[in-house]
Design a protein around this ligand. Structure first.
Ligand code: BEZ
Ligand code: FE
Length: 277
């Protein structure tokens, strides 16, 4: 005889979190005297977000991502690892594993050529970590992520690279541009109502992993960006994650890279926390 297994739909964590959420929302309704028409407007706002492809993750990451990141990586940040940073709504699984010399973007990718280099190091011992996997994504020189830009090929500005025997990496890309979230969707309209702009400073995302180490998700920012101290995502550009763009315009340097125009370099070292910490 086949007996049906009883499926338990609740778990303790959901019970606690959902209970607290309801408590907080009910208190909010009372405190701010939210009326039926305001409540219906909120339901319409959430429904509209649900009908659009990226609006729900966008809203959550704009307003709650940093807090979740700080809770998630609390331990990591205390172990002298590189500070973590939000994943953001635009990570895609399945970026291609590239072959060296590593590169993002097309031959004629618009924007200034940038070489990013650095090392992946053990946060405890400082030893280099060979074979660490870097999963990288960024906007192109037009300030758009590839999957939201019909002119860019799939995974144009995304790729997976490995550190070499000395734990080092280098890749060629273009300087990403500040990114403005869509202003005509619910999140953009809400920001306008709040009198807030919709810009993020230019940044490159990194997910770094290696056996025996805790994985790290972070972003690297650049000095001098007009939005660095006024990011739409409040608190995201942690000072330790900011690096400098160095311009190279001598004939000799340009020639050494096989280029016909000035280029930029930026350095960043990542410290991974051992899994046993
Ligand atoms: C981003 O990293 O690009 C991003 C993060 C949060 C909200 C919007 C964009
Ligand atoms: Fe981003």
């Amino acid at each position: 005889m086949v007996t049906e297994e009883k499926v338990t739909l609740t778990n303790e964590r959901v019970k606690v979190i959902f209970g607290d959420l309801l408590d907080s929302l009910r208190q909010l309704i009372i405190k701010d005297r939210i009326t039926e028409s305001e409540y219906r407007a909120l339901i319409e706002f959430v429904s509209e977000m649900g009908r659009l492809e990226y609006e729900v993750p966008l809203w959550f990451d704009v307003f709650l991502g940093v807090t979740v990141d700080n809770v998630t990586y609390d331990h990591y940040n205390q172990m002298a690892g590189t500070p973590s940073n939000i994943l953001g709504p635009f990570y895609l699984e399945g970026a291609p594993v590239r072959s060296p010399p590593y590169r993002l973007g097309r031959d004629n990718e618009p924007g200034d050529v940038l070489f990013v280099s650095g090392s992946v190091l053990d946060a405890k011992t400082g030893a280099p970590i060979p074979g660490a996997l870097l999963d990288i994504w960024q906007t192109s020189g037009n300030g758009l992520y590839d999957h939201l830009d019909p002119d860019q090929p799939d995974f144009n500005m995304r790729g997976k690279f490995l550190t070499d025997q000395e734990g080092r990496f280098e890749f060629r890309t273009v300087i990403p541009q500040p990114y403005e979230i869509p202003k005509d969707g619910p999140t953009g309209r809400l920001l306008a109502m709040l009198g807030h702009h919709a810009w993020r400073p230019k940044h490159i995302h990194f997910k770094i992993s290696r056996d025996s180490y805790l994985p790290l998700t972070t972003q690297v920012y650049f000095e001098g960006d007009p939005w660095l101290h006024d990011d739409l995502v409040e608190g995201a550009p942690k000072p330790e994650l900011v690096t400098r763009l160095e311009k190279h315009d001598s004939h000799k340097e340009i020639e050494s890279k096989g280029l016909d125009r000035p280029f930029f370099t930026a350095r960043f070292d990542f410290r991974l926390v051992p899994a046993t910490s």
